[in-house]
Design a protein around this ligand. Sequence first.
Ligand code: F6P
Length: 332
Amino acid sequence: MKRIGLLTSGGDAPGMNAAIRAVVRQADALDIEVIGIHQGFQGLVNRDWNPLPSRACANILQRGGTILHTARCEAFHDPAVRERAASDLRAAGMEALVVIGGDGSFTGAELLHRFNGVKCAGIPGTIDNDLPGTERTLGFDTALNTAVEAIDRIRDTASSHGRLFLVEVMGRRSGMLAVHTAIACGAEAVLYPESEEDNYEALVEQLKSNWSRGKLSSIVVVAEGDQSVDASHLMGGGAAFNIGERLKREHNLDLRVVVLGHVQRGGSPSALDRIWGSRWGCEAVNRLAAGEDAFYLGTQAGQLVARPLSYVLGPRPEPPKELSAMVRVLAR
Ligand code: F6P
């Protein structure tokens, strides 16, 4: 193998640069040239790429975001677009493609392999930690720590005023970040899209029980994609605003809403995200060089594992139910 392509796709995640660096340097060690494709699959479609030499990866290990830039590419859903991209890759001498991203990105890679014969390797990068077959994705650990640090600060003012705060964390389709954040910051409740029990009514019960025990301030972590409150009659906004509006209307509460949003996506990656970005980057290149052609990497029970690329089409992992139950118990 003489030349491979590398791209980052979907939402950026801290640790992506660590993985880029590792892919480039492991490839360099095996005499393989890496071509950096800009802005994910969009750059593939636009043939927007350049050689990515080892020295171009100096001092990026500790930086958030992705030096290759990223995008969500609608055009890649079109089979004709993928067919042209595959022949462009071949014409440019790229014998395989390393994709760093989440489930949407891996689904694109899976199609590119299944229908167009492109060898693809996936490195999991999404703060949502919602990929099948891996207990960890790049960025989750950093985003979790960012959210917890922010909520610790909110806790100070919440308890000073005896106030309720609804804090919205990212996760349009996944409550992984919300539930783990709730445990780590000692939240009084958590609401997230996959849960039927953790709904508006349960939240009100929990708050009433807190008040009856003299607990005035509360932190409620809300995943961005939570649907507990039907927002069709409201003015829009995020899930936390919808819940806040209903609580205010029905219980006349002096509450506050904080949306952490993209703050969680940025920042210097944690040591764990750097370590796994580095390990997965090296492993992806070694496996491609050894002739493997359609896989993505992950962890299971702390060990590095590889899954067939088609695994991404399986059911997405949900936050463990016992963790959200634990949030309720620990809020007593
Ligand atoms: O997939 C990562 C993620 O940060 C989700 O948690 C969030 O719902 C989404 O991306 C936001 O996407 P965008 O940055 O395109 O608004």
